[in-house]
Design a protein around this ligand. Structure first.
Ligand code: UT7
Length: 318
């Protein structure tokens, strides 16, 4: 017994910034960003908008799509790098906004967070602890990047994606990894004002060695997909939809070359969102679902990598 996805939802801030908008205050260009990454625009949170509101909107859309009442939920799990508070968790606020009091907690596996959350949720169904549950992956990357660093800020955006799960048998295989690498990708913590420590701290901005992550990412995606598809007892060309983490079109294309999955099975929306970390895959999933592209019984392969460095790969039946 594991899970079945019975509904999807997503939300994005109304404010859209194009590459040209960024070129107004950064030494960059639409041409550079588009050709190196495939990104054309991204959504960003602005004054008065919180990540909790965005996450709640995505959750409400997924509940509606699945025909589920909030009170039917046995858990709310959010994946996020950083909620609105260190505590309470983002999931506690989403649960409150939905008017429910079931267990609620966050997980942080960076961009692999949605796949980690699905894997984690499986345990509650297997143990008979849940009939239905909600996963929301929500990220406010615009609040963590350094907007003076053109090498990173142009890559990211804000969004939230959600799914409602019920008991089922639709998870076919999954694999999660981590390797404890702080050097290539990190966001230092916000520090307090302890009178007992005079340690110097870097500002709390996202740092990334793009080349280091790139090399890791191509192999991680290709290996993760190949291993989980084989573990599911399937051939690569039996996959109907590949939903890769939307970090860079070139990473997706390079991973594609290492696999035997036909190119027309890869789904992307990076052009309109940039990298929204753990929200990438559930937002894409919701768009495919809303467009009527997902047919019952089809095989979906999800693959992600991110800070940690973590990886997640999963094969599910729709
Ligand atoms: O979710 C996990 C997150 N991250 C990733 O997956 C990122 C993985 N890495 C990448 O996607 C790519 O490495 C980047 C998109 C970050 C960078 O692409 P690249 O082709 O590896 O560029 P580069 O870092 O080699 O930079 C080439 C040039 C440099 O100038 P010089 O030294 O050749 O004069 C950069 O300073 O491009 C310059 N550059 C820019 N120019 C215009 C870097 N950022 C920009 C920019 N606009 N935004």
């Amino acid at each position: 017994m594991n899970f079945k996805i019975i509904g999807t939802g997503s939300a994005r801030p109304a404010c859209v910034k194009t590459n040209d908008d960024l070129a107004e205050f950064l030494d960059t260009s639409d041409e550079w960003i588009r050709t190196r990454t495939g990104i054309e625009e991204r959504h960003v949170l602005t004054d008065g908008e919180s990540l909790s509101q965005l996450a709640t909107q995505a959750a409400q859309a997924a509940l509606e799509n699945s025909g589920t009442k909030p009170e039917e939920l046995d858990f709310v799990i959010c994946s996020t790098i950083r909620g609105d508070y260190i505590t309470p968790s983002l999931s506690c606020i989403v649960a409150r906004n939905l008017g429910v009091r079931c267990m609620a907690f966050d997980i942080n596996a960076a961009c692999s967070g949605f796949i980690y959350a699905l894997d984690c949720a499986t345990g509650y169904f297997e143990r008979g602890r849940a009939q239905k549950g909600l996963i929301v992956s929500a990220e406010a990357m615009s609040k963590m990047v350094n907007w003076q660093d053109r090498a990173t800020c142009v890559l990211f955006g804000d969004a939230a994606g959600a799914v409602v799960l019920e008991k089922g048998e639709n998870l076919l295989a999954s694999k999660l990894t981590s390797d404890g690498n702080v050097e290539v990708l990190n966001i230092p913590h916000v520090y307090g004002n302890s009178p007992f420590s005079s340690d110097e701290h870097n500002p709390s901005y996202l740092f990334m060695d793009g080349h280091g992550v790139y090399k890791f990412a191509v192999n991680a995606m290709a290996t993760g997909l190949a291993e989980t598809i084989a573990a599911a007892g399937l051939k690569q060309d039996e996959v109907d939809h590949v939903l890769p983490h939307q970090a860079n079109m070139r990473i997706i294309q390079a991973a594609m070359k290492k696999l035997d999955i036909p190119e027309d099975r890869y789904r992307t929306n990076i052009a309109h969102y940039g990298n929204t970390s753990s929200a990438c895959i559930p937002v894409l999933l919701d768009e495919l679902n809303q467009a009527g592209m997902l047919k019952e019984g089809q095989i979906l392969a999800l693959t992600a990598f991110g800070g940690g460095l973590t990886t997640g790969a999963m094969v599910i039946r729709w």
